[in-house]
Structures are given as C-alpha cells and as structure tokens.
Design a protein around this ligand. Sequence first.
Ligand SMILES: CC(C)(COP(=O)(O)OP(=O)(O)OC[C@H]1O[C@@H](n2cnc3c(N)ncnc32)[C@H](O)[C@@H]1OP(=O)(O)O)[C@@H](O)C(=O)NCCC(=O)NCCS
Length: 160
Amino acid sequence: MDVRRVDPSDRPCAEACARLMLASEPWITLGRTLESALAALQNPGKELHVVLEDGEVAAFVLLEMRGPLAGYIQTICVRPDRRGRGLGAALIGWAERRIARESPNVFLCVSSFNDAARRLYERLGYEVVGHLTDFIVRDHDELLLRKTSGPWAEFKPDAR
Ligand SMILES: CC(C)(COP(=O)(O)OP(=O)(O)OC[C@H]1O[C@@H](n2cnc3c(N)ncnc32)[C@H](O)[C@@H]1OP(=O)(O)O)[C@@H](O)C(=O)NCCC(=O)NCCS
C-alpha cells in the first residue's frame, strides 16, 4: 500500500477526497458540504494522506496530531468499489503506526448509525470512551473511541 501525504495547497487531490465523502454515508446524513469538507481536508494544521491507485484516490485518512486529542483519525474513507477488501483496516494500521511516533493514543469518532464501521473498529481494538449526544446533527450521536498503548507517563515514541 503506497500512502502519500498531500500538501494542503493541492486542491484537486483534496477535492477528489471531498467528493468521495459527499457521495457516501455517514457524511450524507451528517450533511457535509463541499466547502466544509475542503476546509478540513486543506487545513494546514492537519495531515491528509492518500492511497493512490492508477493515479486516482482509492482511500484517504485525515489526521489531527495536535491538541488534547492528538492522534485523532478525523476522517477515513475507502472508495466504494474498493471497500470490504482490507484496505480500510490496512490504512488504519498505517495511521496507528504514524501516530505511535508521537502519541500512545489513537482516537476516532464513529456515528451512532454506522454499525459496520463500529464493528470494524471494535475488532481492531478500539473502545468507546465517550458519547457525544447530537454532536454533528440532531438525533444522531458520535461515539468517541480510543486505542491506547498505555499512559503518557510511560510513552516512548515509536521510531518505526
Ligand atoms: C469504514 C471503511 C473505512 C472500512 O474500509 P474497508 O476497506 O471497507 O474495510 P476492510 O475491508 O478493511 O474491513 C471490512 C470491514 O469494514 C466494514 N465496513 C464498514 N463500512 C463498510 C462499507 N461501506 N462497505 C464494506 N465494508 C464496510 C465491513 O462491515 C467489514 O467488517 P465486518 O467484517 O465486521 O462486516 C470503509 O468501508 C468506508 O470508507 N466506509 C464509508 C465511510 C465510513 O464509514 N468511514 C468511517 C467513518 S468513522
């Protein structure tokens, strides 16, 4: 799997990622717009990484490496025709190794109605640590998940 970091100024690549989101759940229900998706994907404070296949985005992950939830997988998306074949799990594993260089914690949020993604995260070792009622839209909650290698006091940056 070839993962590449995208420069925030790369609008075509960010837009390809945004369009994947806009056409897919959970973002349809969550009311994502092109503007809000691009604002996150091109935010210079975050990291956008893509998997390219035949020059097109097959999957991407957006990471937040700063603040109290450093190591937050803000968005992960696999192109619909590539889902269910292990690419999402592989990209999460890649993001976990990236995050382990700087933090013992990986956080992510999953919508309460996104049962398939919740199953995947549970299988990968994530635990629910928070319940954010009506967080993005009314009547749908976000679950905050965490996977940890231990407390900050014992953390040794993983240089792999
Ligand atoms: C969730 C997602 C990133 C997983 O990537 P993937 O490549 O499909 O996942 P893998 O092939 O590694 O693993 C398959 C698992 O993902 C689950 N999965 C979640 N959403 C899926 C979807 N839309 N299509 C296929 N599988 C999906 C499958 O149910 C399967 O778990 P199961 O065996 O318990 O049923 C991807 O399906 C996706 O982009 N979904 C839509 C966006 C989304 O929900 N993102 C997560 C927001 S928190």
